[in-house]
Design a protein around this ligand. Structure first.
Ligand code: NDP
Length: 787
């Protein structure tokens, strides 16, 4: 045997990390834990067990949170919040910094505790989870200090209810608690039933730094305890990470409660390997993408898309690499994969793999037995998969890679986007042009170029489409815990009058006087064949508009979707068109002023001038709402790009009917979205008179579509439509609730003001970054950069 052969045949010896300190920590607390409420631990009650998935042994007993526990925690958080916010950014910053330091000081204890409770390798908890936890607290200590200068005119939301999963227990806590506290909120957090221990240890760190009582409250328990938190009337903001099903349940439960909501849900992220990629690098990347944390990662690269010409060598290398992966005691420092969280989760994985084979996929698993006594599952490859298979479409949430091939970059992008999710993607190629061509085309919140599963507090994390909404980390993550200061002083929205008499549109007179719908750049008759009479504020009939219905909405959405090329038009070109619209509106200002005058709604002269000015405002913004470059602490940079959301449905209010319409449509189209707008129900005529302005302003067909009629009917149709990506609603409280409830189908983003009315004439309320933020979603593209 040569030296090289001898070296190659060497096996790793065991290198176990001691669990003594962590077990002693549990024992010293009687192996039983209460909740952490108002700065103290409660007496343990209603106990359930938490296990070590690698050995199936019971680690401790933990309390199951009841309604009373949740009420007490919310009460503590509510009474602590004003003083915590009042402490100011500098004061809060010191606590966050102290927490970061304490996490670092206790990093070994936290790492081992996390590995014991979760089953993930100590290598990961020690080198990834816990350092990132500390990083999050440091980073957000910084935001707290800068809050006043960097987020002027924003304030804390109040009490945040936070529900986290078991796959990154302490890291998910940090992602939620750090920004919430930095912004001045207090929190009630529920860790997952399977993994409560590191959160309870964190509660002790809060005591140790002297965090004011009630600022952080931790309630342990199962899903029903979570539901008590997310549905609690005094919780102002819910942040959830977990399955899409529970995400939908929470959206339904919180509809109409005026809560701000962020959902970080599942994914089925593509890992795309082009034929010019560094194949060895890509294979190593794949190990991190799908076998990191046993594949129990929302952004796991679980769908391998490999170019057909290199599929065979790539799959051969993957199999060879899989055969070398070591599955076993997660406390062993040279182990690659630890245990699956629970037998329930393992049986889900087993069932999905069985289904995959039944559907025709080929399976590869390393030979050899799995470790005994715990909950283990081997690394698994399912190749020859087809796009429609369940294993390709559904999240497996285990160490199972599903592989498919593609021929051209276009096909790769099509396959990558053939999913209802949109969390992350990895692109592997040595061709920078190709990588940066693919990155914007993949519908995902994070794209890693020649890398995978990189995370940092400075780079926002979160999904597109059914992977949820909102971002964690970065500046955008801070906005999830802030609200504009003006919100609390808003007046109630003006209710719409009950539907007015409609009559069959007939005869020459009706054709002349009726404003039609505006769909796909054309004026069209409503499908119903009915018109709606429109009256001035003082009750005189001033015209009639089409009575749109569900079918018109479908046509309008189709037109908007087919105008998607607008998203890739340059900001400069969009600005030109907005300027042109402003100019053409200006040329017809007297006519519009007369229409507004006939409606008798109030300040019609000012309204037309403000509408023209608002168009100028968004023409100005169209090429200036830039993203950012985050200097993440790795060999790379993260480009945060503000991308359009897609098709935005919007129900415009009755207040200032022309100005509010312009104030909503203009930022949306300035950012590259297409729009289906319902103008004010009671005063639609000013908006319908814009058709000719649009027609003479080079606005491409389908970018703006306008449907008039009964808002309840049309809003419902828009909110339920799976082709609509976001829904903005400015109207009554009940209608806003209906929008939130109807949005769960495709988890569309919603923006409702809970029955409040903005003052559209006030520039602080009626224009600016708040609108642009709602009109965009941030994509973080991680690229190799520097040494
Ligand atoms: P869940 O979505 O059920 O759990 C996430 C968190 O929500 C847990 O704290 C859970 O409590 C809590 N919860 C459950 N039901 C409710 C409710 N009605 N209201 C409020 N909170 C609730 O994930 P699971 O742990 O059950 O895993 C199921 C599947 O979800 C996995 O197979 C995987 O596909 C996916 N998943 C995705 C994650 C992601 O990050 N994208 C993370 C975890 C799971 P409890 O711990 O008691 O269940």
């Amino acid at each position: 045997m040569t030296v090289l052969e001898a070296f190659k045949s060497m096996e790793y010896g065991p290198a176990p990390e001691s669990d003594a300190e962590a077990l002693a920590w549990i024992e010293q607390r009687g192996s039983q834990f209460g909740h952490f409420i108002d700065g103290e631990f409660t007496t343990p009650k209603n106990l359930f067990e938490t296990h070590n998935p690698a050995t199936s042994q019971v680690l401790a007993k933990v309390s199951s949170g009841t309604k009373r526990d949740v009420d007490l925690a919310v009460a503590a958080a509510t009474s602590a919040q004003p003083d915590w916010e009042g402490l100011g950014g500098s004061g809060r910053s010191r606590f966050l910094y102290a927490l970061a330091r304490l996490v670092q000081r206790n990093s070994r204890l936290l790492s081992v505790l996390e590995t014991l409770d979760n089953g993930k390798p100590i290598r990961e908890t020690r080198d990834i989870d816990i350092p990132l936890v500390a990083r999050h607290f440091y980073y957000h200590a910084g935001w707290a200090r800068l809050l006043k200068s960097e987020f002027p005119d924003y304030e804390a939301i109040g009490v945040a209810g936070q529900i986290i999963p078991w796959n990154f227990p302490l890291l998910m806590l940090a992602w939620k608690v750090a920004p919430a506290l930095a912004a001045g909120n207090t929190v009630v957090l529920k860790p997952a039933e399977y993994t409560p221990l590191s959160a309870l240890c964190f509660a002790e760190l809060c005591q140790e730094v002297g965090l004011p009582r009630g600022v952080v409250n931790i309630i342990t328990g199962a899903g029903d305890t979570g539901a008590l938190i997310s549905g609690h009337r005094k919780i102002d903001k819910v942040a959830f990470t977990g399955s899409s099903d529970v995400g939908r349940t929470i959206r339904r439960q919180t509809a109409g409660q005026g809560k701000k909501l962020t959902l970080e849900l599942g994914g089925k992220s593509p890992f795309i390997v082009f034929d010019d990629a560094d194949i060895d690098g890509a294979v190593e990347g794949l190990v991190d993408a799908i076998w990191f944390n046993q594949g129990q990662v929302c952004c796991a690269g679980s769908r391998l898309l490999v170019q057909e010409s290199i599929a065979e060598p790539v799959l051969t290398k993957i199999k060879a690499r899989m055969d070398k992966l070591r599955v076993g005691n997660p406390l062993d420092k040279s182990i690659d994969m630890g245990a699956i969280i629970d037998p329930v989760q393992r049986s889900r994985i087993v069932e999905m793999v069985r289904l995959g084979i039944e559907e025709g996929a080929e399976i590869h698993q390393p030979v050899g037995p799995m470790p005994e006594g715990g909950c283990f599952y081997p690394p698994t490859l399912l190749s020859s998969a087809e796009p429609a298979m369940k294993i390709v479409q559904e999240e497996i949430f285990g160490p199972v890679l599903v592989a498919m091939t593609f021929r051209t970059p276009d096909e790769a992008i099509e396959l990558a986007n053939n999913t209802r999710y949109g969390l992350a993607a990895s692109v592997w190629t040595e061709n920078i042009n190709l990588a940066l061509d693919v990155a914007p085309k993949v519908k995902a919140g994070i794209v890693w170029v020649n890398s995978t599963n990189l995370f940092d507090a400075a780079a926002g994390f979160g999904g597109y489409r059914e992977s949820g909404y909102g971002r964690e980390g970065g500046r955008e993550g801070m906005f999830e815990y802030l609200k504009p200061s003006y919100l609390k002083a808003l007046a109630a929205a003006k209710p719409s009058k009950p539907p007015l008499a409609t009559k069959r549109g007939s005869g020459l007179n009706a054709i002349d006087r009726t404003r039609k719908l505006y769909i796909g750049g054309k004026q069209v008759r409503p499908d119903s064949g009915y018109d709606r009479l429109i009256f001035s504020a003082s009750g005189e009939q001033i015209g009639q508009v089409g009575e749109g219905n569900r079918k018109d909405i479908r046509n309008a959405v189709e037109a908007a979707r087919s105008a998607a090329g607008w998203a890739t038009t340059t900001g400069h070109a969009r600005a030109q068109i907005l300027y042109y619209i402003a100019e053409n509106l200006s040329a017809r200002a007297p006519e519009f002023a007369a229409t507004l005058g006939s409606m008798n709604t109030g300040k019609h002269q000012e309204e037309i001038l403000a509408s023209i000015d608002r168009l100028f405002c968004y023409a100005a913004w169209a090429d200036k709402y830039d993203g950012a470059v985050h200097q993440v602490p790795i060999r790379g940079a993260a480009l945060a790009m503000n991308e359009p959301i897609g098709v935005i449905g919007m129900a415009c209010p009755n207040e200032a009917p022309l100005l509010s319409f312009v104030s909503l449509v203009a930022p949306a189209i300035a950012m590259g979205n297409c729009v289906v707008a319902l103008p004010s129900q009671d005063h639609p005529i000013a908006a319908t008179d814009l058709y000719q302005v649009f027609e003479t302003s080079d606005l491409p067909s389908g970018v703006v579509n306008i449907v008039t009629g009964d808002h309840d009917v049309l809003t419902k149709a828009l909110s339920e439509h799976s082709g609509v990506d976001a829904m903005w609603h400015f109207g009554s409280d009940q209608a806003g609730e209906a929008v939130e409830r109807a949005s769960i189908g495709n988890l569309k983003r919603t923006w409702v003001l809970g029955g409040k009315a903005l003052n559209w004439f006030d520039e602080d309320q009626g224009e600016g970054r708040e609108f642009l933020r709602h009109a965009t979603q941030v994509k973080n593209i991680w690229i190799p950069y520097g040494e």
